[in-house]
Design a protein around this ligand. Structure first.
Ligand code: ADP
Length: 506
């Protein structure tokens, strides 16, 4: 057999400090290479019994057919770990030790990491099970909550209905009594009956709204709202109440507020009336102000008064529904502001309250609202037939809509591409444009709307799409559409909207 080069033997000695001992079959040491002290066998010498130095060899015998036996990671008396091997060679044994301390430490480290991985994977499995359980519980609770909310909404709307019907009779009959009374003869108690019936009616309306809001069933109906007309209405409703209480009531609308904005008129009106009602109710002297300003893509509304202010403690509770139940001062149950805030939030806005005791209270509302263009284009149908461009590349839907539009007395020009839409808008000067989001050419129909507006088209534009409604509506309004309809289209409602935007009586 070829010998290793001396450098390799040297390296092996440095790295593994081999100790080799030849013993007779009686374990008596015959010859010895290496340093026994390194492994803790310091007393080992020729003629000694190897088993006295290393107890592992006591009682050792080879298995049948075995001529070599290994003790991996044998713990030696010096505390060192070694690989030990006994070979049966002729009529003696050759025992060899190789230092395995580093390998042992590495193996232990690997073992430890493996253990940690095992523990982590056990923990992960446990967490997965817990997560799944939590998700199931959550889903169940959500379902129960939805059911409870639906039941609550049904209950509240049922109760509200039960109240509303007799209240309508009370109010109706009291008005009749007032009408039928001989002129100048007051009917005792009629004012009290009416005031109380109206108070109850207000409570019932609030209860109903609260039920709809908490169960997520309140539907908004945004439309094009004439801001000045709305303010005039509010001024008329609130003005005389303020006057009767000796308060000044001022309405200020900044010049840059668009003439028409796209919001839910009824809900906006409800918010304003509620805040103004409170302001007047709690202010003894001074003024109540309503101001509107335009901030790019939202209206900033301020309702302020010179009333007593609201304590910090009350400011905490004021928006919590039913927070005033049990305070028997006859001023309501504390639903008003809770509904106002929820309505503002539902419309995508936010409500802030600032109040100083003895100075007054101010409610700030930031309400997203798209400006509406083209409202002014009222068509005189006695003189001309209104022209509508229908940009829809689905021929079936285009056929159907055309029938409805023509039945309503409108002239329909059909186009299928964005390019054709822009051309016909220039050549035919339509009174209204109805555009589907997905048109061929120039990207989408919505891009074509932006193009129309860039070209200076002022008429009303109605956009429609089968995409997710909220997002599609937002992008349609942001490029200049006045109104958005989600597909499948309700043809009747679409035509009614066209007529309304054209100012044509149905
Ligand atoms: P309620 O319907 O009972 O009046 P609201 O939610 O409208 O309930 O108002 C809750 C409470 O907030 C009122 O009872 C009143 O104490 C206080 N509050 C509301 N608006 C004003 C205001 N402008 N000035 C002072 N206090 C107010």
């Amino acid at each position: 057999m070829q010998h290793y080069p001396a450098s390799v033997a040297e390296l092996a000695v440095r790295q593994y400090a081999p100790l080799c001992v030849r013993v007779g079959l009686d374990w008596c040491v015959q010859e010895l290479w290496g340093n026994p002290g390194h492994y803790g066998y310091a007393g080992l010498q020729q003629g000694g019994d190897l088993r006295d130095a290393e107890l592992a060899f006591h009682g050792f015998e080879f298995e049948p057919d075995e001529s070599e036996h290994h003790w991996p990671f044998l713990a030696t008396p010096s505390g060192m770990s070694a690989h030990c091997c006994v070979q049966a060679v002729d009529d003696c044994y050759v025992v060899t030790w190789f230092e395995a301390d580093r390998e042992h430490a590495e193996t232990q480290k690997i073992q430890q990491v493996a253990n940690e991985v095992r523990i982590l994977s056990y923990r992960r499995n446990q967490l997965m099970v817990q997560l799944q359980e939590a998700q199931e519980t959550l889903a169940k609770q959500e379902q129960e909550l939805r059911l409870a909310n639906r039941q609550q909404a049904r209950f509240i709307s049922g109760v509200s209905h039960e109240f509303r019907t007799p209240l309508s009779s009370i109010l109706g009959y009291s008005q009749r009594l007032r009408r039928e009374a001989p002129l100048g003869e007051p009917i005792g108690g009629l004012d009290v009956i009416e005031r109380n019936a109206l108070h109850l009616l207000g409570l019932v309306e609030n209860l109903l709204d609260h039920g709809l809001l908490t169960s997520g069933q309140l539907q908004l109906s945004p439309s094009s709202v004439n801001v000045q007309a709305l303010l005039a209405d509010v001024q008329q409703m609130i003005g005389h109440v303020a006057e009767a209480r000796g308060l000044a009531f001022r309405v200020v609308c900044a010049d840059n507020v668009p003439a028409h904005v796209w919001v839910d008129e009824m809900r906006l009106r409800q918010v304003l009336i509620n805040l103004l009602d409170n302001a007047i109710k709690y202010t003894k002297k001074g003024a109540v102000d309503l101001s509107l300003a335009w901030a790019g893509n939202h209206i900033h509304i301020e309702v302020s008064d010179t009333g007593p202010g609201i304590t910090a403690e009350l400011q905490e509770r004021i928006f919590v529904p039913f927070s005033r139940v049990g305070e028997h001062d006859g001023n309501g149950v504390g639903l008003g502001l809770s509904i106002v805030r929820q309505l503002v939030q539902r419309m995508g806005g936010r409500l802030e309250l600032k109040s100083r005791l003895g100075v007054g209270t101010k409610f700030d509302i930031h309400l997203p609202a798209a400006p509406v263009r083209g409202e002014a284009s009222r068509v005189d149908t006695r003189v001309e037939q209104p022209v509508v461009v229908l940009a829809e590349d689905d021929p079936d839907l285009a056929d159907l809509l055309s029938v409805y539009l023509e039945d309503a007395g409108l002239m329909v020009l059909r186009v299928e591409s964005a390019r054709a839409l822009l051309e016909v808008a220039v050549t035919s000067r339509p009174h209204l444009v109805l555009v589907d989001k997905n048109l061929s050419g120039m990207g989408t129909g919505f891009k074509a709307i932006a193009g129309l507006r860039d070209e200076g088209y002022q008429g009303p534009v109605i956009a429609c799409s089968a995409d997710e409604p909220a997002e599609a509506a937002e992008s349609a309004l942001s490029v200049g559409a006045d109104m958005f309809f989600s597909k499948p289209l309700d043809c009747r409602a679409t035509v009614a909207a066209c007529l309304r935007l054209l100012g044509v009586e149905e």
